[in-house]
Design a protein around this ligand. Structure first.
Ligand SMILES: [Zn+2]
Length: 322
């Protein structure tokens, strides 16, 4: 019997699943992501969660045939590590993954991807048509994409292809992104940045609103919740739709996907308010074929299921390679 392991290393949580040769999940485990003191502590926690998932499955770790990992970035693929992760404290500089997991599972077949690349592998594997040309886009605390073109899942030499959240959309660069550069898509539309963007708009446009602007607990959730009965909140949602459509149009022109699956908490919690405005604007923004734009069917499991699909298909999500 073959066994496969999938791992999702996020900034907040670590998850792992173990599946049998058919891909049926027979064990799972999760834990919080340590916020320090070092990257080694994160590696140890990942190994702990993988061991626990194996235990839940009743499988010795060294019997696993292959593993896939979907991790926060940025990655160093040659080293099999995460380097200076943007969304973890500064003391965490390097998180070794491929080597330690390879050792634990006693297999060289360990595939490391950034989380959105794992996402596109998962969508491809689980999609009815197993399409060769598709994108997985996450709109969450950050924004990023996993891209498959002509059947090739794009990684880039360092594993960081698809960082579309850092496409410059606003040439005037009115908002500074978390990465330190101005005018990036993510700086306006990620869950972490929507409140700041709303406050910026309120300041320059001087409007009345019921949104708790400036309050410490003001969040993206408030903006979407108030959009039905607060004209300013509706205006913010409309502006977000404008930037999101622009970002998606750039993706369409760059990669010509048949379908774009959208996931991440912002999209999953507000599917109509996020996807509707993108779909509406595609015809006016895109000069080539307009792809289908769908909500992910894998929900919060998209990264861990993608990591598992990667383990089963040699890092591709191509079901014909099972
Ligand atoms: Zn940026």
């Amino acid at each position: 019997m073959a066994y496969y392991v999938g791992v999702d290393l996020g900034a907040t949580n670590i998850r792992s699943v173990v599946a049998d040769g058919d891909g049926t999940i027979i064990g799972a485990a999760d834990d919080g992501t340590p916020q320090g003191p070092t990257g080694i502590a994160v590696t140890e926690a990942v190994l702990g969660v993988v061991r626990e998932a194996c235990e839940a499955a009743g499988v010795d770790p060294e019997r696993a045939n292959a593993a896939g990992i979907g991790a926060i970035g940025p990655l160093d693929l040659a080293e099999g590590t995460v380097e200076d992760p943007a969304n973890l404290p500064d003391t965490i500089d390097r998180i070794p993954l491929t080597g330690p997991i390879s050792k634990l599972l006693d297999t060289e077949r360990v595939f490391l991807h950034n989380d959105t690349v794992a996402g596109v592998i998962g969508e491809r594997f689980h999609s009815e048509r197993n399409p060769d040309d598709m994108v997985y886009l996450t709109i969450s605390s950050g924004i990023g994409a996993g891209v498959c073109v002509d059947g090739n899942v794009l990684a880039g030499w360092d594993g960081n292809a698809g960082e579309v959240g850092h496409l410059t959309l606003d040439p005037e660069g009115k908002i500074t992104c978390g990465c330190g550069h101005d005018g990036h898509w993510e700086g306006y539309c990620s869950g972490n940045n929507i409140p700041d963007y709303a406050e910026y708009l309120a300041e320059v446009e001087g409007v009345e609103t019921a949104l708790p602007l400036g309050e410490p607990d003001f969040s993206a959730v408030d903006v979407f919740e108030h959009a039905a009965d607060d004209a300013f909140a509706a205006h913010v949602v409309d502006r977000l739709g404008h930037w999101n459509a622009m970002g998606v149009a750039n993706i369409v022109h760059s990669f010509a996907p048949l379908v774009i699956y959208v996931g991440g908490a912002v999209a999953l919690n507000n599917p109509e308010q996020v996807l509707g405005p993108i779909r509406e604007r595609m015809d006016e923004m895109v000069m080539t074929n307009v792809p289908e734009i769908r909500l992910t069917t894998l929900g919060d499991d998209v990264v861990v299921k993608g990591a598992l699909a990667s383990a089963m298909t040699g890092g591709t999500g191509d079901r014909t390679r099972l």
